[in-house]
Design a protein around this ligand. Structure first.
Ligand SMILES: *[C@@H]1O[C@H](CO)[C@@H](O)[C@H](O)[C@H]1NC(C)=O
Length: 291
């Protein structure tokens, strides 16, 4: 059989038909609440597992855990806000499997989850009609960005920001990153107006410009040619995929995202082929970034 890694390159010409649900403000808010439930469970779970001395033992200053407590409380406040907005239509928390094994892997995943959180809200902004919801979403996005920046810079000693623009993630792309941590949801939870895209793995999640990386996904069929789309700030860069491999473009910095699309159009339901993966291009918090 063909190794999974190259399945992407061996797909035939048959068209993959995926249902394309229409966005609506309520469905997008329900997505946001799913995200906040996940973030709250993630931070509360890590904090109930690891004490201040565990954080200190892992090499972090003693105030780091207290700040994570504040983040957990912020996430819980986002849950309350969105649940109030949605009333009877509010989805409930699911069960999750985050897979971290120690304080260090918890902190690393915290940075990723907060970045995806901020990017999710920014991606929703493109679609939300109600300006009050939009305003609240922007306020939450800014809070999550600060939290991500604090973790990246003060805790992980990398860059405090990723560049002049934060990175919006299209809603189904964001959902593909979040869904992987969800093990089970209450049956009563509403269906979201999002695609369930197949999950994408990259052979190196901190690659360098010019490096060839392998994209792994299991697809039954898809159109060709296929492109990797790299989203960084408001910039979309497309690279051709050949035999499941693509070359990392130049100019990416900080946390960015990559997914597979069937055309060089703005990534959305019309050209999504896979879910997205996080790729990091860290640069030191005290040094000027030279690409
Ligand atoms: C926004 O309004 C337009 C026009 O009424 C509608 O087609 C679209 O689905 C709405 N989007 C959301 C996210 O509700």
């Amino acid at each position: 059989m063909f190794p999974k890694a190259i399945l992407l390159a061996l797909v035939g010409a048959a068209t993959t038909v995926i249902a394309a649900p229409t966005f609506n403000d309520k469905g997008l808010l329900q997505f946001a609440l799913n995200l906040e439930h996940l973030e709250t469970a993630f931070f509360n779970g890590g904090l109930s597992k690891y004490s201040t001395s565990d954080f200190v033992g892992a090499g972090y200053p003693d105030w780091v855990r207290g700040r994570f407590r504040q983040i957990a409380d912020n996430e819980a406040a986002h849950v309350s806000y969105l649940a109030d907005e949605l009333g009877d239509d509010a989805p409930k928390a699911c069960t999750y499997d985050f897979g971290y094994t120690d304080v260090k892997s918890f902190v690393k995943l915290a940075q990723k989850i907060e970045s995806v959180g901020a990017s999710s809200y920014l991606g929703l902004a493109r679609h939300i009609n109600d300006t009050t919801i939009l305003n609240a979403g922007a306020a939450i996005a800014a809070a999550e960005s600060r939290q991500a920046g604090w973790i990246t810079s003060s805790v992980l000693k990398n860059q405090p920001w990723d560049g002049p623009f934060e990175t919006p993630l299209p809603p189904s792309a964001a959902w593909s990153l979040i869904r992987g941590y969800i093990t089970d949801c209450p049956d009563s939870n509403p269906d979201l107006p999002l695609l369930n895209l197949p999950s994408l793995k990259v052979s190196d999640s901190t690659p360098k410009a010019g490096q060839t990386i392998t994209l792994t996904v299991t697809l039954k069929s898809a159109k060709t040619p296929l492109y990797a789309v790299w989203i960084d700030g408001l910039t979309y860069t497309y690279t051709v995929i050949t035999n499941g491999k693509t070359v990392v473009p130049t100019g990416l910095s900080g946390t960015a995202y990559v997914g597979v699309v069937s055309s060089k159009d703005h990534p959305d339901r019309d050209n999504f082929v896979t879910g997205f993966a996080v790729v990091d291009f860290p640069f030191g918090s005290t040094a000027r970034h030279v690409a």
